[in-house]
Design a protein around this ligand. Structure first.
Ligand SMILES: [Zn+2]
Ligand SMILES: [Zn+2]
Length: 247
């Protein structure tokens, strides 16, 4: 049986938080503010990896795409240190099946902003069977950490080759992962306040999450690949899906 990799999530969270602190310190020390563009781009891409790849595609099967994008999204899912699509899908399906109840693995206490752990509940497994039949996903699950480390080495090599040293790694990966993790944590804590899923699309402008702030809509229609219905819902996850979907 494949083992869960949810333990990666709080580690990824703190690698990201420390990366963001390092990036702010480097800017304070006089590094060019142009590096903020790399941070913003990384934040958008990381948000897409979670919202489009892990959430809408692998977990909910909300659209179909080509083998190229299937593989690219599987790799991206590991690079954002979310424990591979198999682990994420099981936890998230369980959240949908038991949201706000005893069987919900999601913790909505403020503590989650600092340490992303999940409540130990029996996991819903029906979605896993379809994912387990997928050779790409099985390989990626077994090598999730290797994929993430390969990405780190690639960015380090880029820094050495261009004389920018740690900047591509910190601003292109670690700092964006910090803000993606922070937004994800606030989303989990805030979107189920008051005993049910909530729609707060205006928060997309403050804490961009690729369209995920329409969470009540998502719980009502989990297989709807389009979360936003108005331009100001800023569902850039859907804009990306429109470009890569085949069905
Ligand atoms: Zn929810
Ligand atoms: Zn969902």
């Amino acid at each position: 049986m494949l083992r869960q990799r949810l333990w990666m999530i709080p580690i990824g969270q703190w690698v990201g938080y420390l990366g963001a602190a390092l990036a702010l310190w480097a800017l304070w020390e006089g590094l060019s503010p142009w590096w903020l563009l790399a941070w913003a781009s990384g934040h958008v891409l990381g948000g897409l990896a979670i919202s489009v790849a892990l959430h809408r595609y692998f977990t909910h099967g909300a659209f179909q795409t080509t083998p190229f994008w299937h593989t690219a999204m599987a790799l991206a899912s590991c690079i954002v240190l979310q424990g591979s699509p198999l682990a994420w899908a099981a936890a998230h399906q369980t959240h949908h099946a038991h949201s706000d109840g005893q069987g919900d693995p999601h913790d909505t206490r403020l503590w989650y902003l600092l340490w992303k752990t999940y409540r130990a509940v029996p996991m819903v497994r029906w979605r896993l069977q379809a994912l387990l039949d997928d050779r790409v996903l099985k390989a990626v699950h077994r090598n999730a950490l290797v994929v993430a480390l390969a990405w780190v080495l690639l960015l380090l090599a880029l820094g050495l080759a261009t004389g920018t040293f740690l900047a591509p790694l910190v601003f292109g990966y670690l700092a964006p992962m910090g803000t993606v993790q922070l937004v994800g944590a606030v989303h989990q804590v805030a979107s189920h306040r008051g005993g049910g899923a909530r729609d707060m699309p205006w928060l997309e402008w403050l804490l961009p999450a690729a369209g995920e702030w329409r969470h009540a809509h998502h719980h009502d229609h989990p297989r709807d690949a389009q979360l936003g219905r108005r331009w100001w819902h800023l569902d850039y996850g859907w804009w990306f899906i429109r470009a890569i979907r085949t069905k």
